[in-house]
Ligand binder design. Sequence first.
Ligand code: ADP
Ligand code: ZN
Length: 228
Amino acid sequence: MAEEHQQYRRIILMGPPGSGKGTQGAILSQKLGLHTYSAGELLREATQSGSREGLAIKKIIDKGNLVPAKYIVNRIKAKLMEPENLKGYILDGFPRTLQQAKVFERLQHKSFFKQNHLQVDLVLLLQVPDEYVLERILGRSSCATCGTLYHEKFKPTKVFGVCDVCGGKEFTKRADDTYETVVSRLRNYRSVTAPVIPYYEEKGLLVCVDGTGPIDVVSEKIRKIVGY
Ligand code: ADP
Ligand code: ZN
């Protein structure tokens, strides 16, 4: 189990959909001056880049297939090796499968990762029961301009319909944030992602956080663990 007085800067955020990974990742990013990367975002970026690998990924996604772990880890590898990320990084919702965790583990044994101390030093698991998840996901939206996350009940804009951060007036909801998809994403999480938890527990990297309180209560708990 990780020590409280230590400082962690190579962090994986885990937890079911709607547990607050995006919300807490954004807070940590800001406080620590580190980037947060999510696999979904990196894949979208790759498909838009027009690179050879990007096109290969696009073909797989368009067919509705799962992108092989190798591609996702390659995207993450490229980001983590950028000079600005040598001081640390936050990964949101990656690894999503045990296979991804194992491919990522092999990468961490490469000399560049070892020499630059890029190995994961903390896996934070946000624990939130299913009842909370549904309410959180069905109420969430984000600013179409700057991406800031909101929730109609738990984190409304200060002025109705206006983004606190950029003043934008358009908000978007993720297409997969519907009741049916949330139920199936939760089921997927339990069967495919949850096995990653004991994997990191055995490595002594896992710390569990109760994610049910208000956003600032959860972020305070995380602050104490991460050490900033
Ligand atoms: P994830 O990235 O794990 O899917 P999000 O960070 O997007 O989860 O959070 C889902 C929704 O719940 C968002 O609308 C967010 O504003 C809201 N939310 C996040 N953390 C909390 C919290 N501690 N209490 C209440 N609502 C929260
Ligand atoms: Zn905005």
